[in-house]
Design a protein. Structure first.
Length: 207
């Protein structure tokens, strides 16, 4: 009997460590994606600010810039495509980031389709359906009489299942967010390099 309890205690230590590690990972992911979304919010309007500044130019400078853009159609199209594609990628990345940061409930919570209602009461994840409040309260009442190691292990088992699903979804959305962020930076980089080449051509032509 004592040997069996020792095994259960070691099992509980392991699942508790996994539980804390999963919560830490979720916090880390949310922080990382939050920073990325903040960066994307800044990156998204930058091309619009640049275009607004260019269109506001007047006089000889404006004629030179737009005249050369018309003369070098290919480079101008590359710049335009890079800016537009970068903005679209930034917008998609923001959506993926918001999806990653969105709160998630336990599996089956809020589902009414048959075979998808996998919710069950849990002390470590104290959320319940209003229509199943009685079941939840009955489960909570068990702790008043004192719980055994099997009860605690089942609680952690259920919670690890939920956190594993949440981690999977957050990792997937984070990967998509950073993929589109990289695409955004690449597109903006192409536009900047193309703009620099066009500017160099204009300078050399003037000299």
């Amino acid at each position: 009997m004592k040997n069996n309890e020792d095994h259960l205690l070691r099992s509980i230590e392991i699942v508790k460590s996994g539980f804390e590690n999963a919560q830490g990972r979720i916090t880390f992911i949310d922080t990382k994606v939050g920073i990325a979304v903040g960066l994307l919010v800044v990156l998204l309007p930058i091309p619009l600010v640049a275009v607004n500044w260019l269109t506001g130019l007047q006089g000889e400078v404006s004629k030179i810039i737009f005249g050369n853009c018309a003369n070098y159609t290919f480079l101008s199209l590359v710049i335009f495509a890079g800016i537009l594609s970068g903005m679209l990628c930034a917008f998609v990345a923001i959506l993926r980031g918001i999806s990653c940061l969105s709160p998630r409930g336990p599996k089956g919570y809020g589902k009414i389709i048959p075979f998808q209602d996998e919710w069950k009461p849990n002390v470590l994840f104290p959320i319940h359906k209003p229509e199943k409040a009685k079941v939840f309260y009955e489960h909570i009442q068990k702790i008043h009489a004192g719980v055994d190691l099997n009860f605690l292990l089942c609680e952690y088992d259920h919670q690890l299942h939920q956190l594993g699903r949440i981690l999977h979804e957050k990792f997937a959305q984070m990967a998509k967010c950073f993929f589109w962020l990289n695409c955004c930076l690449i597109c903006y980089g192409i536009a900047i390099v193309s703009g620099a080449i066009l500017g160099l051509i204009i300078i050399l032509k003037q000299t």
